[in-house]
Structure formats: structure tokens, C-alpha cells
Design a protein around this ligand. Structure first.
Ligand code: NAD
Length: 489
């Protein structure tokens, strides 16, 4: 069988040590790989490349399509972009998979029974990084959620569950508040779940869901989340399982995939043969399954479980009375190599199968392209920067000014401040900052308006000397409102 080319980056801090240890184990286990090495991280940043990766390194990633990456140090201070976010978004690595498993009684944990896989959306949400300072007081971050983005991640979660014999997929979202963005995620979750009747589908509002996950993780199996919730809760899940130092992760794209530890470069531990290579190693195990070498993944993973079970522990998980031998990075890797061919006796051994090859014709599309909907412009929100010296009781004054721009078939129906309706008939107790949303709809209820009416409206704002800073169009899609109401509207 021919070797599979992979791209490897040794990273910064403890990166080179844990990468050497990881490669030592998988090579001894018989991994059939050809390694192309690239430089990423601190050295590249400090050489003046603010992305942290040289242009020619992208060629290697595009060629091999498989990236085993050690953690890097992101230099402190402005100007440096997160390499992880750059790589994930540039290469379309839309699914971030983080298995969080406890190894009771060998590694201390509050949750002896925990085997949760977090599937985190990796490309959109507030991580699009589209942010603006809009007024003296207000910053804006756009939360972008797309239907194909939701379809890709939710389908990945169900396919992962199906292929890994998992029984349940739970979605966390906050659609009681974010009815459109999180509502879309929920809607797509329900649609995709219906295609997998043999897998239980469940959902929680993210706050109570997170509390339950931290309290009774044994009740969860696969959890799928948008980017921000998934970022936060996958660290929580890894930590309560035992240690963030033990979790690996896969970043899967349609064409290219990246495998890594979830922890960082731990610079204070670098160069001392102290670091635990397990997170990166478990990332490499996922890589082996991904490249069609489940036999090697299984051999290496079971040897690792046996070493953990035998109490051979690095300093971070070493516990007097539980652990048997405190070892360094290299010795730990060697202890795993010495156990190749053995299986754990108390912990559950792993078994991996070759990823199933589904014929092109039978493959479910990872997203669908829908017919464009009928889109009618029915109104416009004009955001205004205005301040009259007080946080309370000024809305009516602004209202009187804005009423003057009514006309040409458009009329002001409400002003809100940070989402809460304050005009007409606002409450004097509502705290108002210098950022106001003025909602205009057609004079005649339900009528369609034109771009020209919007442009003329803005001209009237300008003529009245009202500082408009942004507009949002209000559309009906197939007759249904595509915008939220103001709180209290
Ligand atoms: P970190 O995860 O590097 O380390 C936090 C602490 O956890 C360390 O001080 C150490 O005590 C412990 N630790 C982490 N991994 C360990 C291991 N394998 N073995 C033993 N102990 C371990 O987090 P940090 O200190 O916040 O970040 C350090 C640097 O890493 C920063 O520059 C940060 O930007 C970067 N970082 C990189 C990645 C990545 O490349 N994927 C991820 C997170 C942070």
C-alpha cells in the first residue's frame, strides 16, 4: 500500500517536542505516511509575515490535503492574525471535532463516565470577524449564520454519529432570543435530524444545555453547536473530562483537513521534556482514521490507553496514589511504543473501521441549493448616531426630529435603542445610548417599497442634519417577514 503524503508543522513552545513524540508513536505503529514539513508560527510572524504562514506552505497543504499541526505561539500585540482562524477559514475547514473522554480511575476527573464529542461549526458566526465602531458608545459585531453553513455542520454531526455508532445528537442554540440566526440553526437541525430516524435528536437552549453538560455529561453523546458556543463549551468539556492537555481535535473541510491538540504552545514548559503529547497524539489518531489507516490508529490508540492505565503519566496528569511513574515527553511516547499490540484492561479498548466509501450517486449532498425565494422590500431600518446629553428620556425629542423625514410613501413606525422600542410611547426608565434604530415601513400597510424610496429617505435624513450611520433593509421572503420585531414593538 502506498504512503499517504501529509503536511506537518512542528510549531512553537512545546510544539516540536510533542510533535516528535507523536510522530515517533505513529511511525512505530506502522503509519504509512510521507511527511512534508512546513514552518508556521512565531518565527514566521516575526519575519514580518502577519499571517504566520509562508505563501509556499499553502502549496503543501493544497497538495497533501492533510495537515498535522503542533500548537503555535501567537505574538502578543496588534497586527497578528490568528493562524488557526486563517487556516480554518481559508481552507474551508468547516467542522471542528473534539472528543472529550474521561479516563477514570486513572486520570482524576469529576465525571467518571464521560464520552462526549463536540462538533463545532468553524467558519461563521461572530468569528467572521466583521466588526465596526459605529458611534462614540457602540461597537457592532455581525453574527452571520448561513443555511448551507448550518446544513454542513449539522449533517456532519449526524454522519459522524452514524459512522461512529453514536446514539444521540444534541444541538445547543439560543433561538428563544436570536430567533433568526439561531432559529435557522434549529430549523436546519430539525430538517436534517428527520433524515436519521435511528439517531436520537435532542436540543437545549445553550445556557441550560451547558449547565447540564457540565453537571451530567454522561447524558450527552454528540453535541453540535455554532462557532462561539462550541469554542467555549468544547474547552469546558475537555477540562471537566480530565484535562485540556488530553484532547485532540480534527478540523474537517470538503477537501482538506487539519489535526491538532486543543491546547496551546505552553511556552513556559518548552524545551524541558515535560509536556504531555497526548492531545496532539489523539489528533494524529483521528488523522490516521481519516486517511484510511484505522488499523494503525487502533493499534496506537489502544497502546496509549494501556500506558495511561498503567499509570505512566506526565506531570500535568500525575497524581500521587493513582499514577505509578512520572515521565517526560519522550519517555511517555516510548511507554506507548512499548505497549503497541496491547489493549487496555479496565478502560474500553477502541476499534476503528475503514471510513465507509459511499458511492458518489448515493452520497447525501452536504448542503442543498434552494430556489431563490420571492423577496419583497417592505421597509428600512435607518440607524442614527444621536446624543442629547442623557441616558434617559430623550427618545421623544429624536422622534420629533425623525418624524420630519416621513413622506414619499414611507413613515416612521418605531425607534428602538439597543433593540428595545423607545418611540412612540417609550418608557422613561429605558437606558438609551447614542445608537438608535428608526424603522420605516410603507404608508400603506403591507405595500412594497423601492430602493429609490430608501435613497430619497436618506437624502431627507441628510437634509435634516440627522447623522445616519447604517441601514438594514426589511424584506419579506415568500411573504414572511425576514426581520425581527423591536423588543416591545
Ligand atoms: P496553553 O494551552 O499553551 O497552556 C496553558 C497551560 O496549560 C500551560 O501553562 C501548561 O501548564 C498547561 N499545558 C497545556 N498544554 C500542555 C501539555 N501538552 N502538557 C502539559 N501541560 C500543558 O495556553 P496559553 O498559555 O494561554 O497559550 C500559550 C500560547 O499558545 C499563546 O501564544 C496562544 O496564543 C497559543 N495557543 C495556540 C493554540 C494553537 O496553536 N492551536 C491554541 C491555544 C493557544
Amino acid at each position: 500500500m502506498s504512503n499517504v503524503p501529509i503536511t506537518v508543522a512542528h510549531g512553537d513552545g512545546i510544539g516540536p517536542e510533542i510533535m516528535d513524540a507523536t510522530l515517533h508513536i505513529i511511525k512505530e505503529a506502522g503509519a504509512r505516511i510521507d511527511i512534508e514539513t512546513i514552518d508556521i508560527g512565531e518565527k514566521v510572524y516575526l519575519s514580518g509575515n502577519s499571517a504566520g504562514i509562508a505563501p509556499e506552505s499553502w502549496d503543501s497543504l493544497r497538495r497533501t490535503k492533510v495537515f498535522l499541526k503542533a500548537p503555535i505561539t501567537t505574538p502578543q500585540g496588534g497586527g497578528f492574525k490568528s493562524l488557526n482562524v486563517t487556516v480554518r477559514k481559508t481552507l474551508g475547514l468547516y467542522a471542528n471535532i473534539r472528543p472529550c473522554v474521561s479516563y477514570h480511575p486513572f486520570i482524576k476527573t469529576k465525571h467518571p463516565v464521560m464520552d462526549v464529542v463536540i462538533v463545532r461549526e468553524n467558519e461563521e458566526d461572530t468569528y467572521a470577524g466583521i466588526e465596526y465602531k459605529q458611534t462614540d458608545m457602540v461597537e457592532l459585531c455581525l453574527k452571520l449564520i448561513s443555511r448551507p453553513g448550518c446544513e454542513k455542520i449539522v449533517r456532519y454531526a449526524f454522519e459522524y454519529a452514524r459512522m461512529n455508532n453514536r446514539k444521540k445528537v444534541t444541538a445547543f442554540m439560543k433561538d428563544n432570543i436570536m430567533k433568526r440566526t439561531d432559529g435557522l440553526f434549529h430549523e436546519v437541525f430539525d430538517e436534517v435530524a428527520a433524515e436519521y430516524p435511528s439517531i436520537e435528536a435532542d436540543h437545549w437552549i445553550v445556557d441550560i444545555g451547558a449547565a447540564k453538560m457540565a453537571d451530567t455529561p454522561e447524558n450527552f453523546d454528540v453535541i453540535v453547536m455554532q462557532n462561539l458556543y462550541g469554542d467555549i463549551l468544547s474547552d469546558v468539556a475537555a477540562q471537566i473530562a480530565g484535562s485540556v492537555g488530553l484532547a485532540g481535535s480534527a478540523n474537517i473541510g470538503e477537501n482538506i483537513s487539519m489535526f491538532e491538540a486543543i491546547h496551546g504552545s505552553a511556552p513556559r514548559r518548552a524545551g524541558q521534556n515535560l509536556a504531555n503529547p497526548s492531545g496532539l497524539f489523539l489528533g494524529a489518531v483521528m488523522m490516521l482514521v481519516h486517511i484510511g489507516q484505522p488499523d494503525i490508529a487502533e493499534l496506537a490508540h489502544n497502546a496509549w490507553l494501556r500506558a495511561v492505565e498503567d499509570g505512566v503519566h506526565t506531570y500535568d496528569v500525575f497524581k500521587e496514589g493513582v499514577s505509578k511513574e512520572k515521565v517526560g515527553t519522550k519517555e511517555f511516547a516510548q511507554a506507548v511504543v512499548d505497549r503497541l499490540g496491547q489493549k487496555p484492561e479496565t478502560l474500553k479498548a477502541v476499534a476503528y473501521e475503514k471510513p465507509e466509501v459511499i458511492a458518489e450517486a448515493d452520497r447525501k449532498p452536504i448542503y442543498t441549493i434552494r430556489e431563490p425565494q420571492k423577496k419583497d422590500l417592505v421597509g428600512v431600518d435607518v440607524f442614527v448616531h444621536w446624543w442629547d446629553g442623557s441616558f434617559y428620556g430623550t427618545a421623544d425629542k429624536l422622534g420629533a426630529m425623525v418624524e420630519k423625514v416621513n413622506g414619499d410613501g414611507l413613515k416612521l413606525v418605531m425607534i428602538s435603542n439597543r433593540g428595545t422600542k423607545v418611540y412612540p410611547n417609550g418608557m422613561p426608565d429605558t437606558f438609551c445610548v447614542d445608537h438608535w434604530r428608526c424603522r420605516f415601513m410603507a404608508d400603506e400597510q403591507g405595500s412594497i417599497i423601492t430602493h429609490k424610496q430608501v435613497i430619497d429617505l436618506l437624502s431627507r435624513f441628510s437634509a435634516e442634519g440627522i447623522d445616519f450611520i447604517k441601514t438594514e433593509h426589511l424584506y419579506n421572503f415568500d411573504g414572511e417577514a425576514g426581520y425581527s420585531l423591536g423588543q416591545g414593538q
